[in-house]
Design a protein around this ligand. Structure first.
Ligand code: PLP
Length: 345
């Protein structure tokens, strides 16, 4: 059972009276002369401050993701939502968080920045999570549990029944990062939001939607948690150009579905070819737009590829990833270049 929200939130954040921007204060009235925000009145298309709550964009995202607009937070990348989880819920020097290991590096970096203890619980050799071990790592100061599914860098999905066990048993907040959720057939935890008040689901436009440069991250949660994020975030955290571009992309979801279908097909083809290479020891199962492969000598192969102008991610130093490279699925031509270079190794 989740504790009541007030017991989980940092007391100073619970009490915080947020900054009230010019655009917040007149809302509800029809207006056409804006002399309240010290903007330049001449139209440059970006002379006005953007909507601090991105209301138009959230209406569209609400349709695409099937989540109520009041349960959506938009940030400057998912990284903003990750940081807000720490800033809203964890007391520096006192609280701790628990996360699967290996996983996305930003959970630990944000913990370190916020001076919060990070408890990494290693997955098994097939990158599977043990829910009981995660819960055993918690104590009364554990505020957050981080689960990434499909997981980065391994690519596999974390068993949903284990995630549900944690959601039911852990009294704090559980974050399920589905940055790669567009590439799997498994249902999203977004559909479980109204069943679990302690659930936060992260999505992003950086991967499947082809928009890493606009920095558009999404968090889905109860309207109470979204309200906290809105209170703590920078007033104009998502700029107008990014909002415009996101709107354009979201209005053509068919294009994204086509890219995803092509990348999934290409992923199968590349993995089959990669497994034939003499340098390949093992390719791990993946439901993302990348795969993790154990190779004969990760550092040497990484260097060789780099000398040929091909960059993959060397995960050699990460837990359970000895001699592993993480390879993103590119275009057919790019993938063939990679395979060709590796055949020459
Ligand atoms: C790429 C990635 C993100 C995306 O972060 P953005 O800040 O939205 O670009 C989030 N989580 C994981 C696990 C990722 O791999």
């Amino acid at each position: 059972m989740m504790k009541i929200l007030e017991e989980l939130v940092r007391p100073n954040i619970w009490r915080l009276k947020p900054y009230s921007s010019a655009r917040d204060e007149y809302s509800g009235h029809e207006a056409h002369v804006f002399l309240d925000a010290n903007e330049n009145p001449f139209n440059t298309s970006v002379n006005r401050y953007p909507d601090p709550l991105q209301r138009d964009l959230k209406q569209v995202i609400s349709q695409v993701k099937n989540v109520a607009a009041e349960q959506i937070f938009l940030g400057n990348g998912s990284d903003e939502a990750i940081d807000l989880c720490y800033r809203c819920f964890t007391e520096p020097g006192k609280d701790n968080v628990v996360a699967i290991e290996p996983t996305y590096g930003m959970y630990r970096v944000c913990a370190d920045i916020n001076d919060v203890e990070y408890r990494a619980v290693q997955l098994n050799e097939r990158f599977e999570m043990n829910a009981k071990e995660m819960l055993d790592a918690c104590d009364e100061h554990t505020k957050l549990i981080w689960i990434c599914s499909p997981n980065n860098p391994s690519g596999n999905c974390i068993d949903p029944s284990g995630i549900v066990t944690i959601l039911n048993s852990f009294p704090g907040i559980v974050i399920v990062d589905e940055a790669y959720g567009d590439f799997t057939q498994k249902p999203s935890f977004r559909t479980q939001l109204n069943r679990f008040p302690n659930l936060i689901v992260l999505n992003t436009m950086s991967k499947a939607w082809g928009a890493a440069a606009i920095r558009m991250g999404m968090a889905f949660a109860s309207k109470e948690i979204i309200g906290l994020f809105n209170k703590v975030k920078y007033p104009y955290n998502v700029n107008q150009l990014s909002q415009n571009k996101a709107m354009e992309l979201l209005k053509d979801p068919y294009q994204t579905h086509q890219w995803v279908r092509m990348l999934i097909q290409e992923r199968s083809r590349v993995i089959v070819a990669f497994e034939q290479l003499p340098i390949c020891v093992e390719v791990y199962p993946t439901e993302a737009n990348f795969f993790l492969a154990k190779v004969t000598d990760a550092q040497a192969i990484y260097n060789y590829l780099m000398e040929n102008g091909i960059i993959v991610r060397n995960r050699n130093k990460i837990a359970l990833c000895g001699n592993c490279l993480r390879v993103t699925i590119g275009t057919r031509g790019e993938n063939n270049e990679l395979l060709g270079a590796l055949r020459q190794y």
